[in-house]
Design a protein around this ligand. Sequence first.
Ligand SMILES: [Zn+2]
Length: 141
Amino acid sequence: MANSFASFDEIRAQLGYESESYGAFEWYCFFESEVINEMTGLPFSPQKANEGRYDRRVILTGEVRGVNACGFPRSTAPQRKSNVISHQPHHNEDHQQCKIKAKASVLIKIPVTVATEDLHDFSCTEPETTELYSYIKRLYI
Ligand SMILES: [Zn+2]
């Protein structure tokens, strides 16, 4: 039996709203295999992807409109300072799902893509007061 009623998402779409509201400055968690280095077309960390690891945080750098989203990966491994923005853990957040708990680097020289359909583990939105937030904002002015 066909469902003749429009879903909430269909109604929203007819009214001109995006059915989802992912966007810039939002952090998500991914399987390593889902985070693809834009320049190589391979996973950001091929070894961890092979191991099936699930703990890569990525911050989105633009509004999500199609099947893919762009972002920067976060890493706790040592990095050259000129290639990264150092990133402090998030504190004083009300929400439980924030996964930004350790000091790390955001690899602004290694843009990655992720599939929109893999954006299901929302962490939090980057605070407007950070250097990372300012950097991403400048990219789109
Ligand atoms: Zn957070």
